[in-house]
Write a protein of this length. Structure first.
Length: 590
């Protein structure tokens, strides 16, 4: 089925003669066979978004439809790979065509020549349904790739054999209930705009440990949850997402560089292979898939990259893994939507964004969750979605930020003021929130004790009280405050500088376990409680703030991992002695 181009407007091409084509079909445009996707149909006229540069394309060029929607290839070979927005392997392109992506280049998403060692877990005569595990392939040293029956297939295994296969070699034959034979391979395809099926979705009840103290303690995200990281230029969105990708307690990471600067993706490509995964001791790339669609790449492919990434994530989720999708950033993706909507001459919504912006964002975030996978065994997998938002000028009232806030349950609001003061992560504790606290509370109480959540609530209350006291200090000065209020300001400063502030470039401080977070926050709040008792006995605040243990608490977060339990216990013991001495001195003076 072919048609002819009648109009070219940037990435939008209008073609006629495609009456038999369907919405969302992939087409090949012009002599260079540029890849595109049908957005709208009007009679035999189709509006097509082309995922490549369209310069030189003109009316009369041929358009050929493939009759299939935009799909990704799912199978062994995705881990450690770097793709563009429509799952073309960039390293393969570089080897085939050089450093610049040649227009119209056609390369499969999975390597057709590499052989994988397949070990079957089913036998001839076994009954299987969609989602059942046929066997396994050791894809990397840390990822066991489970070969699944395609979701829409089921029947009886006629034959299956282990051995060394490429992704297209038949590994067995399945006979469905109608008696039709289907060849089974290591690879399957799935349309990116359709969510993969599951049996049941559960409420998230387990926290995703990121090793970032302000996230894990104050504003936690659950495995299977959704979060947004909004912030102005230079506030550290990318570093926060890199930290999540490096340290998050998940099995697989899908990192989508969607419309961000190329040098940021270069940082990821240079860092990740060198970083040691704290869970396995191997390179972090051994469990990572990268999708790079930077700001200088075609704008239409930016829109597809989000769906490509989350479809790959759902595939690994269906194996029973915990997966994190990190999208940087959804604002650039929304800008691609806005550009295509404008070229389609659709009625614009607020600030020129299409009226369906909110629903498209929902389609992305709603694919996250904790699910019971389809298949005969009781596998559970989770998909956590974290999206960066880059509001112009840091204005959180703009449409993308507002639409995202209505959808996600965790909001880490980055603050340029904190970033300029070199306080990182620059997450503002007064504007951020997490709606998972109550559902996660039973896990915290069971694993960390009830004191952890009580300490968390106390710390946040002190920080909020500090915000109120700062307004008074600006009017009348710090010395006019009562000793108790001066102590509140000092404790808040300790929480901010000694607990919340974290150095991503210092190995010992880049990641902090829950146990270490609990002990460090407990130290600060224990110091606060003892000082309040001492003030009640007449101790001078100057004496209390000058005790040696105050400085030791400040240095506690840089104590080596294996030494911190003993060091923290020693500081706690010294606190008791030193504050008791200050209290005794105060009583004597009185």
């Amino acid at each position: 089925m072919s048609g002819k181009v009648v109009k070219v407007s940037g990435p939008l091409v209008v073609a006629t003669g495609l009456s038999d084509a369907n919405m969302a079909d992939v087409v090949r445009v012009g002599p260079q066979r540029l890849i595109g996707e049908i957005l709208t149909m009007n009679g035999d006229s189709a509006s097509i978004q082309v995922y490549e540069e369209t310069s030189g394309l003109g009316p009369g060029a041929e358009v050929i439809t493939t009759g299939a929607p935009l799909s990704v290839e799912l199978g062994p070979g995705m881990i450690e790979n770097i793709y563009d927005g429509i799952q073309r392997p960039l390293e393969e392109i570089m080897r085939a065509a050089g450093s610049n992506i040649t227009r119209g280049i056609e390369l499969p998403g999975l390597n057709r020549e590499k052989k994988w060692e397949f070990t079957p877990t089913v036998q001839s005569g076994d009954k299987v349904s969609g989602g059942d595990i046929l066997g396994t392939v050791q894809e990397t040293s840390v990822v066991l790739h489970k070969i699944l029956v395609p979701p829409r297939m089921g029947g009886t295994i006629l034959s299956i054999q282990g051995g060394s296969y490429t992704v297209t070699d038949p590994i067995g034959i399945l006979v469905d209930d109608a008696g039709e034979r289907h060849e089974l391979t290591l690879m399957q395809k799935w349309p990116v705009r359709v969510g993969r099926p599951y049996s049941h979705k559960y409420p998230p009840k387990t926290p995703l440990c990121s090793g970032q103290r302000i996230i894990d303690t104050l504003f936690p995200i659950a495995k299977g949850g959704t979060a947004a990281v909004p912030g102005p230029f230079g506030s550290g969105k990318t570093v926060v997402q890199h930290q999540l990708a490096k340290w998050a307690d998940v099995d697989i990471v899908i990192y989508i560089g969607c419309g961000e600067r190329g040098n940021e993706m270069t940082d990821v490509l240079r860092e990740f292979p060198e970083l040691q995964d704290p869970r396995t001791g191997e390179s972090l790339m051994k469990r990572t898939v990268l999708i790079a669609n930077t700001s200088d790449m075609p704008v239409a492919a930016r829109e597809a990259s989000i769906y490509t990434g989350i479809t790959i994530a759902e595939y690994f989720r269906d194996m029973g893994y915990d997966v994190a999708v990190i999208a940087d950033s959804t604002s650039r993706w929304a800008e691609a939507l806005r550009e295509m909507s404008g070229r389609l001459e659709e009625m614009p919504g607020e600030e020129g964004y299409p009226a369906y912006l909110g629903s498209r964002l929902s389609q992305f975030y709603e694919r996250a969750g904790v699910v019971e996978c389809i298949g005969s065994d009781d596998r559970r997998g989770s998909l956590t979605a974290v999206g960066a938002v880059s509001p112009p000028g840091g204005d959180l009232s703009e449409p993308v930020s507002q639409a995202t806030m209505r959808i996600v349950k965790v909001f880490w609001a980055l603050d340029a003021g904190l970033a300029y003061r070199r306080h990182f992560p620059a997450i503002n504790w007064l504007n951020s929130y997490s709606l998972y606290l109550e559902s996660l509370r039973p896990w915290y109480d069971e694993n960390l004790g009830e004191e952890f959540m009580a300490d968390r609530d106390r710390a946040l209350a002190i920080l909020q009280e500090e915000s109120s006291l700062n307004e008074i200090v600006q009017l009348v000065g710090k010395d006019s405050l009562s000793p108790a209020d001066q102590l509140t300001l000092e404790t808040a400063r300790m929480i901010r500088e000694d607990f919340l502030q974290q150095n991503a470039f210092l190995d010992v401080d880049s990641y902090s376990s829950y146990d270490r977070q609990e002990k460090l926050l407990g130290l600060i709040l224990r110091c606060d409680a003892l000082c309040r008792e001492a003030i009640g006995k007449g101790a001078a605040t100057a004496d209390l703030f000058a005790i040696p243990s105050r400085e030791r608490i400040g240095r506690a977060k840089s104590v080596p991992q294996e030494e911190y339990p003993a060091v923290y216990a020693a500081i706690a013991s010294a606190l008791e002695t030193e504050i008791a001495a200050a209290a005794a001195k105060g009583e004597a003076d009185v």
